[in-house]
Design a protein around this ligand. Structure first.
Ligand code: IMP
Ligand code: MG
Length: 173
C-alpha cells in the first residue's frame, strides 16, 4: 500500500514563493516576460507564482512527454502540439515543477534557445541534484529535495495526488 508524507508544508511553499517573486520582480522590472509552464506538473506552482508576482506578464504552457513508462525519463522527449506562441525577442521564463535528471528541461531549453528569445531563464519549484544526468542551471529555485518520489502541489504519481496542498513524498507501507 502507498502512503503520502508531508515534506514541505504549504505555508513554507508560500513563503519561498514570496522570496522568489521578489527576485523575479526585480530582475524583470520594465519587461513583459512570457512565463512558459511545463504541463501538467507546474500548473499549481504557476498559478501561485503569478498571483504573488502581480506584475505584467504573459502565461503559456507546453506539454512535454518522454517515451517510456514508470518514474524515469526515457531520454527521448517530445513536444505535444508544438509551441503555441512566437518567442522571438521575448523574455522567456520556463516554469517547471521538478528538475530530476535534467533531460526534459535541457531538451526544452535547447529548443527554445533556437527560437531566438531575448532571454531565457528557468524557474523550478524543486530540484533533485543527486539524480542529475545533464548539467542545468536553475535561475530561480524553490527547494532542493532528496531522491524521493514527490507528489502533491500539482505533482502526480500516475495522475494521482495532484490535489494535495503540500509537497509530499510517496512511501510504500
Ligand atoms: P527529468 O527529465 O528527469 O529532469 O524529469 C523531469 C520530469 O519528470 C519532471 O518535470 C516531472 O514531471 C517528472 N518527475 C521527476 N521527478 C518526479 C517526482 O519525484 N515526482 C513526480 N514527477 C517527477
Ligand atoms: Mg514536469
Amino acid at each position: 500500500m502507498k502512503r503520502t508524507r508531508v515534506l514541505i508544508p504549504k505555508g513554507q511553499i508560500e513563503g519561498r514563493i514570496s522570496d522568489l517573486a521578489a527576485e523575479i520582480r526585480r530582475d524583470y522590472r520594465g519587461k513583459h516576460p512570457l512565463f512558459l509552464g511545463v504541463l501538467k506538473g507546474s500548473f499549481v506552482f504557476m498559478a501561485d507564482l503569478v498571483r504573488v508576482l502581480n506584475m505584467p506578464l504573459e502565461v503559456e504552457f507546453v506539454r512535454l512527454s518522454s517515451y517510456g513508462s514508470g518514474t524515469e525519463t526515457s531520454g527521448r522527449v517530445k513536444m505535444a502540439g508544438g509551441l503555441g506562441v512566437d518567442i522571438r525577442g521575448r523574455d522567456v521564463l520556463v516554469v517547471e515543477d521538478i528538475v530530476d535528471t535534467g533531460i526534459t528541461l535541457s531538451f526544452l531549453l535547447d529548443y527554445l534557445r533556437n527560437q531566438g528569445p531575448a532571454s531565457l531563464k528557468l524557474c523550478a519549484l524543486l530540484d533533485k541534484p543527486s539524480r542529475r544526468k545533464v548539467p542545468l542551471r536553475i535561475d530561480y529555485l524553490g527547494f532542493t529535495v532528496e531522491n524521493v518520489f514527490i507528489v502533491g502541489y500539482g505533482i502526480d504519481w500516475n495522475e494521482q495526488y495532484r490535489y494535495l496542498a503540500d509537497v509530499c513524498c510517496v512511501e510504500e507501507v
